[in-house]
Design a protein around this ligand. Structure first.
Ligand code: BG6
Length: 349
């Protein structure tokens, strides 16, 4: 279902990417969010809620929202951070990335504002030898101590300096035949180190959630958001779905396969620099409690996200963190359901 943009959006707020064989992607400056990815047959590959609306600053339920500087409620900020409900800009200086093909790529940037200091203040230890960074966005009191072994060194909080966390968040979005690539980067333009979480929430469009399996996460540990973030080990050969799921998998491989049996299609997620994978489907009861989600939408969606959540990323002044995610449609032979997990985990094809 197309997203209703209303009348208040000018054309420049949306960027249409296309490649010679006919696949397209649509990107919004609001949230820096991909809201559509269609293959050459004009089939939509991303899920968009039947109740999604373009009403900034409300989030858009579907596509690929950017979660920054926090994922979920893993801290004290608004859920999934503020980047997804801000207006981004076109980035005319994406260096050190080489210039992109303007038809099939777009570079977006979100710069920190004074308001960010108010909602994402940063407490820093004055002693440069400790070189530690503390975040008041965490749920723990009064600071989230990233390096807990160091907490005993501190004794008191007297040496903290409060500073803003000046950042530049960039994303390059590119489309090529059968592939959608996102390259997120975060640069610390502050004089102090800071830490952050990052995730690309991939709302994948599936034919029928009960016919889908996810391969590549077997045997891994995960934090279960439905059980107070308790840590478990995945026991299943592949993840299949028959109820609500909300998990952050740890130390995940670079390649994960989402196999849609009914559609005889597999979406392969390849990622770098983002060790976590999140699997989320609200199922029927929770979906009914989400205002911008249709009661039956959960049946045709699955979020399989790339993230740097646990552990967080710690960036020193002047440093840049870079991730990469590729979503590709892979050949039907891959959709047999007989995928060799070792190939998913370690192989190239
Ligand atoms: O409605 P939002 O903010 O997009 O979040 C959707 C879901 O995202 C999950 O990652 C959270 O663990 C859930 O608690 C949340 O309901």
């Amino acid at each position: 279902m197309p997203l209703n943009f209303g009348n208040d959006v000018d054309g420049s707020s949306r960027i249409l990417l296309n490649e010679p064989r006919g696949s397209t992607a649509l990107v919004l400056l609001f949230g820096g969010q991909v809201i559509s990815w269609k293959n050459e047959r004009r089939e939509e590959l991303l899920f968009m809620s039947t109740k999604a609306q373009y009403m900034p600053p409300k989030i858009i339920r579907g596509g690929i929202p950017v979660c920054f500087p926090q994922f979920g409620n893993f801290g004290g900020l608004e859920r999934h951070g503020f980047a997804r409900n801000r207006f981004w800009s076109l980035d005319d200086d994406p260096s050190p990335l080489p210039p992109a093909n303007k038809q099939s790529s777009v570079d977006l940037i979100l710069k920190s504002t004074e308001d960010d200091l108010k909602i994402w203040p940063h407490r820093y230890v004055a002693d440069p030898h400790l070189f530690l960074c503390f975040s008041s966005s965490s749920s723990s009191m009064p600071f989230d101590i990233l390096n807990s072994s160091a907490s005993s060194l501190l004794g008191s909080y007297a040496n903290f300096i409060i500073s803003r966390r000046s950042f530049e968040l960039r994303v390059r979005i590119s489309i090529s035949f059968g592939k959608l690539t996102l390259i997120p980067r975060v640069r610390n333009i502050d004089s102090k180190p800071f830490s952050f979480m990052f995730a690309l929430r991939n709302y994948l469009h599936v034919s029928d959630i009960s016919e889908v399996r996810v391969e590549g996460l077997e045997t891994l540990d995960y934090l279960d958001n439905l059980k107070g973030k308790e840590r478990f080990t995945e026991q299943a050969d592949a993840i299949t779905f028959d109820g609500e799921i909300d998990r952050v998998y740890l130390n995940t491989p670079t390649k994960i396969a989402v196999i849609d049996h009914e559609r005889k299609r597999t979406i392969e997620l390849r990622k770098e620099g983002m060790p976590n994978a999140v699997v989320w489907n609200p199922w029927d009861k929770k979906a009914k409690s989400i205002a911008d989600m249709g009661d039956e939408d959960y049946m045709t969606m699955l979020c399989v996200d790339s993230g740097a959540i646990e552990p967080q990323v710690l960036l020193k002044p002047g440093e840049e963190w870079k991730g990469r995610q590729e979503l590709s449609i892979v050949s039907s032979s891959y959709c047999s359901g007989q995928l060799d997990p070792r190939k998913v985990l370690y192989g190239d094809s």
